[in-house]
Write a protein that binds this ligand. Structure first.
Ligand SMILES: [Fe+2]
Length: 240
C-alpha cells in the first residue's frame, strides 16, 4: 500500500479489507503522513503492522530529512502541522525509513521511482526508462512504487517491449519485469474516491487492485477541525 497520508478513516477500511483477504504481509511505499489530520494513528499502524516500508517525500519533510522547499504552501503547512502531532517514536520511525528496499523475494520497494524517490511515473515512456535497467536483474522482476496516487502497471515483456497493462487479472511472467503502483490509500487521484491498494501473490506473480469505500466525511471533518487547508478535504470526495 502507498500514500496513506494521515487518512485514518481510509486506513481503518483498508486494514479491515486486508484482514479479510488474509494477507501474509503488509509493505508500504511511503507518504504515511501529510495532507490529512491523523498522522500519529497512521504511523503507529505502520509501525505495528507493516513488515517493511520506504520513506516518502512527505515523510522526509515531516521528519526533518528534507526541507520541503519544493512543496506548495498548503502541503508544507500540513507537513509542519504533522510534525507537531507525532510522538517521538513515530518521528524516529519516519526518520529511519530507507529510500529503497529489496524484499527477500527480490521485489524492490520505492516511493517514486528506482532512480529518484521524487520522480512521478505517470507516463509509459518515463516508466520505460526506469524499467529497462532492471530487466533480468532479479526474479521475480517486480517493483512496487507509489507517489502518483494513481494505480498503474507497467510491464516489460519477454520481447523487450514495455506496455501499460490493464489492472485486472495481471500476472507477471517469469521473463517479465513489472512496475506496479497500488494507488493511494488516503488521497486517491484517479477520480475514484475509494481507497486503493494491491494484493500480490509472490508464488504466482499475480496482482489484483482492490478499492474500498470509507467514511470520507469523517476524514474531511478532522481536516477542517485541525485548521488544515480546506481543499485537502474537498478533493477526497472527488478522488482528485
Ligand atoms: Fe503522496
Amino acid at each position: 500500500m502507498s500514500d496513506i497520508h494521515s487518512n485514518g478513516d481510509a486506513l481503518d477500511a483498508v486494514a479491515r479489507e486486508i484482514e479479510r483477504q488474509r494477507a501474509d504481509r503488509v509493505v508500504h511505499l511511503g507518504d504515511l503522513v501529510g495532507y490529512n489530520a491523523d498522522p500519529e494513528k497512521c504511523v503507529r499502524w505502520a509501525r505495528e503492522h507493516a513488515a517493511a516500508g520506504v520513506v516518502g517525500n512527505h515523510d522526509a519533510v515531516v521528519s526533518g530529512r528534507a526541507s520541503g522547499e519544493f512543496f506548495h504552501a498548503p502541503a508544507l503547512h500540513a507537513a509542519l502541522w504533522s510534525a507537531e502531532h507525532l510522538s517521538p517514536d513515530s518521528m524516529e520511525y519516519l526518520a529511519a525509513l530507507p529510500e529503497t528496499l529489496r524484499l527477500p523475494e527480490g521485489i524492490l520497494l520505492v516511493h517514486g521511482a528506482p532512480s529518484d524517490p521524487d520522480r512521478y511515473l505517470f507516463l509509459l515512456e518515463d516508466a520505460e526508462e526506469e524499467i529497462e535497467p532492471l530487466a533480468g536483474v532479479s526474479s521475480p522482476g517486480v517493483v512496487f512504487f507509489g507517489h502518483t496516487h494513481v494505480p498503474a502497471a507497467f510491464v516489460r515483456r519477454k520481447d523487450g517491449s514495455t506496455v501499460s497493462a490493464p489492472l485486472a487479472e495481471l500476472r507477471v511472467g517469469e521473463d517479465e519485469t513489472a512496475m506496479l503502483n497500488p494507488g493511494s490509500v488516503g488521497q486517491p487521484r484517479d477520480r475514484n474516491p475509494f481507497s486503493s491498494f494491491l494484493m500480490f501473490d509472490t508464488h504466482t506473480g499475480s496482482a489484483s487492485w482492490i478499492r474500498v469505500p470509507y467514511d470520507v466525511g469523517s476524514c474531511q471533518r478532522k481536516v477542517l477541525a485541525a485548521g488544515l487547508p480546506g481543499f485537502f478535504a474537498t478533493r477526497l470526495a472527488d478522488g482528485t
